[in-house]
Design a protein. Structure first.
Length: 179
């Protein structure tokens, strides 16, 4: 599914930010303010191996804007981690192989590939704690209230959960002998 050629043909995060149309101000504003806390910067700088992260997204997605800026900051400080951005709608083969709950085309999805471009795992569409809340308590609320609370959660978390979970994914792959 992923080849080196397909990967390098995708947009870098900087290129993606230039092409964003929906929520452009939000993407730009979050990107400018996003800074990894020292403990996660240290962890990211110690990631072993060579990793190719592929983010499936669309610019209109609120979860994506609140997650991918942090994944991009992770890729900036982790020496062996590279990030490319893929349109969900233009890459149905990748999306359909990473459906939330086996049924939903939820985004963002971040797929980790080792140095040989073999997939080692994936993350998405939200940090575990938030996804659990959305699927349980959040469903009891009307849509506007649910999304208001989701936005507040992201604002308080500041990417910490997203970055920690992706670092856990990479650490698990290293432990399993992948790179």
């Amino acid at each position: 599914m992923m080849s080196p050629e397909r990967y390098v043909a995708a947009l870098t995060f900087a290129e993606y930010l230039e092409e964003v149309e929906a929520n452009r101000d939000l993407w730009q504003g979050l990107w400018q303010r996003a800074a990894l806390p020292d403990d996660l910067r240290k962890r990211a700088s110690e990631v072993e191996g060579r990793w190719h992260l592929a983010a499936l997204t669309e610019d209109w997605c609120g979860d994506a804007v609140n997650s991918l800026v942090w994944v991009a900051r992770l890729a900036e400080v982790a020496p062996g981690v590279e990030l490319r951005v893929f349109s969900r709608d233009d890459n149905p083969d990748l999306m359909d192989a990473h459906l939330t709950g086996g049924v939903a085309r939820s985004i963002p999805v971040v797929i980790a590939y080792g140095s040989d471009f073999r997939e080692t795992g994936w993350w998405g569409p939200r940090p575990t704690e938030l996804q659990r809340w959305v699927k349980e308590e959040g469903l009891k609320l009307d849509v506007e209230e649910r999304y208001a609370r989701v936005r507040r959660w992201y604002a308080r978390d500041r990417g910490r959960s997203t970055v920690a979970e992706i670092l856990d994914l990479l650490d698990s792959a290293v432990t399993a002998g992948h790179d």
